[in-house]
Design a protein around this ligand. Structure first.
Ligand SMILES: Nc1ncnc2c1ncn2[C@@H]1O[C@H](COP(=O)(O)OP(=O)(O)OP(=O)(O)O)[C@@H](O)[C@H]1O
Ligand SMILES: [Mg+2]
Length: 316
């Protein structure tokens, strides 16, 4: 029914009931009205108004649901759509809203996909340049230093070896940055090896024990899905190092009846009421990209747990 019809019918029902009461009831109104008569009329009016308000509230409930949905909608966390059964303006409005939501989610998905692929390409380029340009130059410097090391006077030798050491560790750092930017092992050796390397690197450079547990019988996954799993694990571990003040973190990749699940669970201080930043938003965007479900959970004393569930459809 149209909104007009609905409101009109509700009002008509209330007014008819009031009129019927007047006609059939024992009420009479003298002129001028007596005090008791005015009291009865005012009470009747109050009843009519209350009934009208209640019915209107009932009649406009779908609009209220729609308003609530509009204000709380989050494109990064797709939820169920509002039910739109029947005919009429409100149903049409809900249907249009649902269609608009579908379109917005799709567009958001496309632009996130584009942004992420540009970002990955840029990371690859920077990693390549770091490796090929800066890395090669530093290697050349190291070789040069080694060549002159034998010819320099005794007193300069210690200083030279210090310079060599610094150059070597800078080279290591650059290789590490390049590896982080472009997880080459992912392409060459696969997800498990890449995750092992990531865990080893984190354990080595932070005061954190990474407890790994990877299922052996994982199905073959799309390259895109593997990259998302890797980047989410990377962001979670980085967050654990940076924010959690944790001693241990579990890194689990397993097959469940619903699909492949990545779980990163630390024993740190939990999320508290911290606001989501670019890192978590990025994880949500990546999850949406492959149709996976991302959930973050944290309770005081039990650290933070991030789960990414890739439904079976994401498997190659
Ligand atoms: N494992 C964790 N333990 C405790 N707090 C966390 C953890 N992970 C995230 N947080 C909190 O959530 C916030 C948002 O994290 P998010 O990764 O989105 O942003 P960020 O790490 O601050 O910055 P970046 O954009 O570089 O990732 C953090 O600032 C931190 O307060
Ligand atoms: Mg972060």
């Amino acid at each position: 029914m149209s909104l007009f019809g609905r409101i009109f019918l509700l009002n008509a029902a209330v007014l008819s009931a009031a009129t019927a009461l007047l006609v059939l009831g024992p009420v009479t109104v003298s002129t001028p009205a007596l005090f008791t008569e005015v009291l009865i009329l005012v009470a009747g009016l109050a009843v009519v108004l209350v009934a009208n308000a209640a019915l209107l509230r009932f009649g406009l409930a779908p609009l209220k649901r729609l308003t609530r949905a509009m204000t709380t909608i989050d494109l990064l966390r797709p939820g169920p759509r509002l039910a739109a059964e029947g005919h009429g303006e409100i149903t049409e409005l809900i249907r249009t809203f649902n269609t608009m939501l579908d379109r917005l989610e799709a567009e958001r998905g496309f632009s996130a996909a584009r942004a992420l692929s540009v970002q990955e390409a840029e990371r690859r380029r920077v990693a390549q340049e770091l490796h090929d340009e800066v890395g090669q130059s530093l290697t050349a410097v190291l070789l040069g230093l080694k060549r002159v090391a034998d010819d320099v006077p005794e007193q300069a030798r210690a200083e030279l070896s210090q310079v060599q050491e610094t150059t070597r560790s800078t080279l290591d750092e650059i290789r590490r940055i390049a590896r982080r930017l472009r997880p080459g092992v992912l392409e060459e050796l696969g997800l498990i090896s890449a995750l092992k390397a990531l865990a080893a690197e984190i354990s080595e450079h932070a005061d954190l024990t990474v407890r790994r547990k990877f299922d052996q019988d994982l199905p073959r996954l799309d390259d895109e899905v593997e990259l998302v799993l890797y980047r989410v694990a990377q962001e979670c571990l980085t967050n654990t190092v940076r924010h959690a003040r944790a001693g241990n973190v579990d890194l689990v990749l397993r097959t469940t009846p619903e699909g492949v699940e990545l779980r990163v669970h630390d024993d740190g201080r939990g999320l508290g009421d911290s606001v989501e930043g670019a890192g978590i938003t990025g994880m949500r965007e990546r999850a949406l990209l492959i149709g996976a479900r991302l959930t973050l959970r944290s309770a005081p004393g039990s650290g933070t747990e991030v789960r990414l569930l890739v439904p079976a459809a994401g498997q190659a």
